[in-house]
Design a protein around this ligand. Structure first.
Ligand code: C2E
Ligand code: CA
Ligand code: CA
Length: 739
């Protein structure tokens, strides 16, 4: 066996060696014929093709197979410019891409390696990967390129698909987060040089989770698809839409900085998305909140702009549902400002910056003064008046409400004790203060110290006091009643109002919240009916009713008609300083006249804000008293002639050109050259702002808008040479002097 095997294998090896000796014929460099054969077989096997160009960049050779692949004889293609035949790969969506690699490489006579190009001839479109080297003759003259090519259409397409998938959201077909970030980054970079603007909208659906949870995930997916389609319909080709994940959408709108247009867009998106959906037989209703930020105003790079839009969205959601918000510097500085308020509030009492103002509450029939509500005022040395709506919550958070509350109670009782007329006084009590076990004890000692008769003191508390232990709350009510003070339920009609509180709490008065009064005069509003119900219940329980925040004659008529026993609001008076009240009480003037507009105008807002006013070369400090889309009332300059033009600096880069239309002493009614627009919340804003590009042009680095960009431009805008034209007056002093 072994011998047989040995012999046969020996024979085999010999045979092999003979064949090899016969086969081995290396191709010599000089053997052009065989080299061409080799290249031919290479070309024929479809492994690759060759091409060559002349010095002018025209094709002079293309493998026959390659031409066949394109459906043309090679002869027909020869003569074509390489740059026409081979189109570089361009991202068609990226209009900012400037590089054209092939043209560049050819022009510079660089080598080409693994460059993907599109080859289009007639109807066929293929992707080739080409390589090539410039070729020179003996005298080093460039004679053209020699190169190879291969068809990569199949793999390239699937690579493209993969790339597509990684850029688009498979559920909605919208761009995904990755692509949106890339797009925003490249747009902002390009726009920076050309000084263009770009808006970014962030959307977050309201109640989506609820639909997803109740109707199931497939329904949730279907809903997201329908939402995407609606957004696309609203946005059209104005911008690029992306789904960032979950129920979060983002829209990039290049060349858009008009906040009027953006607000309308935000509103339209909210309206469209809030329409009911039909999902596999079920109905679903959701809403959305929208945050809007604009580059370069609110952010220069994509990170900064996204953050601003996010903060705006956050604020929109915080303001209730179905709202849009423009980014505002306070959103970022919110924390900083708050810290400042906190710090300064600690010293406010010691520095004597707090005062009690008093607002009359009158009988709804006789308009005679019955009671005064004490409202705290904080005049900050730098920031002017800070609203108690802001600092009271801060005081509650930092544990200062006890101190402030005690001070308010004592100060009010002391002042009321010395009034020449025996009127009631109402003091607001924070739920946190009320919750303290020693609260009734405090009231007792304050009454003792001030000497005020208990029946003249009214404590205004809100429904939030009902959250603690009901037994203890009840005991406290009883203790306070034993002391002999009166109790009023404040802000009734907001939050989780329930008439059931009224039955077991010993209230003497219900204050119907102003938000309730405000809408009541509108057609089809059911607040009047509810008001009648509250009033009749209150009457049956022997309680008074106060309609709060009455500003107009029609509101006054309505609340009187509906039986409110008392009225409080600007129609009779705002809260006034103590001295002013004293003067009035001393002359015994207890009769009030309703003074105000006939009808509630949604667009007219009472404000109290210090702003600066720019006239010629000077800035003046004035107080903004009311603001509407078309104009404002300002206070603080004496005798400004009608027709005078100036600029109101409304802050945050908002400069409004205005003309004086009415002038009366230190008050001027002005009309805006361009009407203001809604800021999505309660307020108004200008369509346009001072542009960071403008600040940059004035020699400062490009940055998003600071709190008061006007300050930075002041030097550029004002020479400061001419004398002031107007006398600046302190409005509160003048008001007192006049009355
Ligand atoms: P509130 O108790 O509901 O007080 C009524 C608010 O409505 C006051 O705002 C008052 O100036 C304003 N107001 C009155 N009439 C009208 C009107 O016709 N139109 C409009 N637009 N507003 C009107 P104010 O003084 O800014 O106080 C805001 C809130 O701050 C108060 O709401 C109260 O909750 C709280 N607050 C004020 N003073 C104190 C205080 O001494 N202690 C406590 N704990 N809270 C206080
Ligand atoms: Ca109150
Ligand atoms: Ca109130």
């Amino acid at each position: 066996m072994a011998g047989l095997f040995a012999r046969s294998s020996r024979a085999k090896i010999k045979e092999q060696q003979e064949t090899e000796a016969r086969m081995l014929r290396p191709i010599d460099q000089a053997d052009t014929q065989r080299r061409i054969e080799l290249l031919d077989s290479f070309e024929n096997a479809g492994l690759g093709w060759f091409w060559a160009s002349d010095a002018q960049g025209r094709l002079i050779y293309l493998s026959e197979n390659a031409a066949k692949k394109l459906g043309r004889p090679a002869g027909e293609i020869v003569g074509e410019q390489l740059t026409v035949l081979f189109k570089p790969e361009v991202d068609e969506n990226d209009s900012h891409q400037t590089e054209r690699p092939l043209t560049f490489l050819l022009g510079a006579r660089n080598s080409i390696s693994q460059l993907a190009v599109k080859v289009t001839l007639g109807k066929t479109e293929q992707w080739w990967e080409i390589a090539g080297k410039p070729h020179f003759d003996e005298d080093q003259n460039f004679v053209g390129y020699r190169g190879s090519a291969k068809d990569i259409t199949a793999t390239f397409q699937s690579d493209k698909d993969a790339e597509r998938l990684s850029q688009y959201d498979s559920l909605t077909g919208l761009s995904n987060r990755h692509r949106m970030t890339k797009r925003l980054t490249s747009i902002l970079k390009a726009f920076r040089n050309s000084k263009r603007s770009c808006a970014l909208l962030m959307l977050d659906l309201d109640r989506f989770k609820q639909v997803n949870d109740t109707l199931g995930h497939p329904a949730g997916d279907e809903l997201l698809r329908q939402v995407a389609a609606r957004i696309q319909k609203v946005v059209g080709d104005k911008g690029e839409i992306g789904r960032l994940g979950g129920d979060e959408f983002q829209i990039i709108i290049p060349d858009m900085d008009d906040r009027g247009d953006l607000g309308e867009l935000g509103q339209r998106l909210i309206q469209m998305i809030s329409q009911p959906y039909q999902i596999s037989g079920s109905r679903a209703v959701i809403g959305t909140s929208v945050g809007i930020a604009v580059s370069p105003y609110d952010g220069i790079d994509s990170e900064e702009l996204v953050k601003a839009a996010d903060l705006a969205l956050y604020a929109a959601k915080g303001g209730g549902r179905g709202q849009y918000r423009f980014y505002h510097i306070d959103f970022t500085d919110g924390a900083k400002h708050r810290r400042q308020v906190e710090e300064d509030l600690r010293d406010a009492l010691e520095n004597d910056e707090l005062q009690m103002f008093y607002q009359p509450i009158v009988d709804s029939k006789s308009h005679k003064l019955k009671c005064l509500e004490a409202l705290m005022r904080w005049e900050h040395p730098e920031r002017g008046f800070i609203s108690p709506a802001i600092f009271i919550p801060v005081a509650e958070d930092i544990g200062m409400i006890k101190q402030l509350g005690e001070w308010a109670l004592l100060r009010t009782c002391q002042q009321a004790k010395n009034w020449p007329v025996e009127l009631r006084v109402a003091v607001n009590v924070s739920a946190i203060q009320f919750a303290r076990d020693d609260f009734p004890g405090l009231v007792k000692s304050v009454l003792m110290e001030s000497g005020l008769e208990p029946h003249r003191l009214e404590l205004e508390i809100t429904e939030s006091v009902f959250v603690g232990d009901p037994k203890r709350t009840q005991e406290k009510f009883e203790e306070l009643k034993r002391i002999g003070v009166r109790l009023a339920l404040d802000d009734f009609g907001t939050g989780y109002s329930s008439l059931s509180y009224l039955q077991y709490a010993p209230f003497d008065k219900i204050k119907i919240d102003q938000s309730f009064v405000r809408g009541a005069t509108e057609k089809g509003n059911n607040n009047p009916a509810i008001m009648s119900a509250i009033v009749s219940l209150a009457e049956s329980l022997n309680m008074e009713t106060v309609a709060e925040g009455v500003e107009t004659k029609d509101e006054l008529n309505l609340v009187t008609e509906r039986g409110a026993s008392h009225v409080q609001g600007y129609i009779f008076s705002q809260a006034i300083p103590h001295e002013e009240l004293l003067e009035r009480l001393e002359i015994g003037d207890l009769q009030y006249e309703p003074r105000g507009p006939e009808k509630y105008r949604a667009e007219r807002k009472s404000v109290y804000r210090k702003i600066s006013l720019i006239h010629e070369d000077h800035a003046y400090d004035v107080t903004l008293r009311n603001l509407s889309k078309t104009g404002a009332m300002i206070e603080g300059l004496l005798d400004v002639p009608v027709g005078t033009k100036f600029v109101l600096n409304l802050g945050g880069g908002q400069l409004a050109v205005a003309t004086v239309r009415r002038s009366d002493g230190y008050m001027q009614g002005v009309e805006f050259e361009t009407p203001l627009i809604s800021d999505g919340a309660d307020g108004l804003c200008t369509r346009h702002r001072v542009s960071p590009y403008q600040i940059e042009a004035a020699g400062k680095p490009l940055a998003s808008l600071p709190e008061d960009p006007y300050e930075m431009l002041k030097m550029e805008l004002m020479g400061g040479k001419r004398g002031k034209s107007f006398v600046q007056v302190d409005p509160s002093m003048s008001r007192r002097a006049r009355s």
